[in-house]
Design a protein around this ligand. Structure first.
Ligand code: NDP
Length: 263
């Protein structure tokens, strides 16, 4: 087999393998995060899930099997992040992959969005993402190895009404990806974003089903004309975490059925 196809092992597909890798997925108990964790496990990784609801995390780990464990953790409690990461690494070994998936949204007109609303969204989607990335990044830099993935949004790429705080937070994270890539990449720690389009999650479907005009508009804006599945994001995460993406850093990859093309 030529080196360009299979420099990592015996099969061309082994370049996507995450065998013996440890991945942390924030908000991994439900929604897109759970499916990211499921794909990482299928690629061979061991996964650590975090979230605030223990029952949800327990159920997720039961579904994922022995390759998954959880830590109950609220990422907005910034001061607890160094201990979380230290506890994970002491118990399960060094983290190879961080997926910053946990996030919250809020639909409100800009003029009705209070400072408290804005702070709440930015605390979860931006400050906490930076704090956990800094902690994991520091350790990965010492080991000269790691891959960090931020789940952003198409709201980071173009204007969507009534999500000003969410949009601001996700755009800032897309900027963070580029800024951190300049500092982390020389130390062999890659950092990339994934910008999901309209993905079929309970949260998204509930929001859209209550608003059929918005649902139709979403599909009109999607050249492929279908909803994305959560594992579309999961497989993109496997790719970016793996050696198949070993020369990719500082990008935001749209996974959106063509939504971001604009037409
Ligand atoms: P869900 O609401 O279904 O899941 C969010 C997850 O984040 C939950 O597991 C939740 O767990 C966790 N979470 C939220 N707040 C915190 C917190 N303070 N501390 C720890 N965990 C937290 O959302 P989705 O799966 O739809 O979204 C996942 C990511 O994808 C988000 O970043 C979102 O912005 C992004 N995205 C989603 C799109 C979609 O179409 N669904 C489109 C574009 C982007 P718990 O409540 O137990 O803490």
């Amino acid at each position: 087999m030529p080196d360009s196809i299979s420099s990592e092992g015996t099969s061309p597909l082994s370049v996507f393998s995450l065998e013996n890798k440890l991945a942390l997925v924030t908000g991994g108990g439900s929604g897109i995060g759970f499916h990211i964790a499921e794909c990482l496990v299928q690629a061979g990784a061991k996964v650590v899930l975090t979230g605030r609801r223990e029952s949800v995390l327990q159920e997720a780990v039961e579904k994922l099997g022995s390759q998954a464990v959880y830590f109950v953790h609220d990422i907005t409690e910034l001061g607890t992040i160094p201990k979380l990461v230290a506890d994970i690494e002491e118990t399960h070994g060094p983290l190879d992959v961080l997926v910053n998936n946990a996030g919250i949204n809020m639909k409100k007109h800009a003029v009705e969005t209070t400072d408290a609303d804005f702070d709440r969204i930015l605390q979860t989607n931006l400050h906490a993402v930076f704090a956990i990335t800094r902690e994991c990044g520091k350790r990965m830099i010492e080991r000269k190895s790691g891959s960090i993935i931020m789940i952003t949004s198409m709201a980071a790429l173009y204007g969507i009404d009534r999500v000003v705080a969410y949009s601001s937070s996700k755009s800032a994270v897309a900027g963070m990806v580029k800024a951190l890539a300049t500092e982390f990449s020389p130390h062999h720690v890659r950092i990339n974003g994934i910008a999901p389009g309209f993905i079929e999650t309970p949260m998204m479907l509930t929001a859209m089903n209550g608003d059929p005009a918005r649902r139709d508009k979403a599909m009109d804006r999607t050249p492929m004309g279908t909803w994305g599945k959560p594992d579309d994001i999961g497989w993109a995460a496997v790719f970016l975490a793996s050696n198949a993406a070993k020369f990719i850093t500082g990008i935001s990859l749209p996974v959106d059925g063509g939504n971001s093309i604009g037409f």
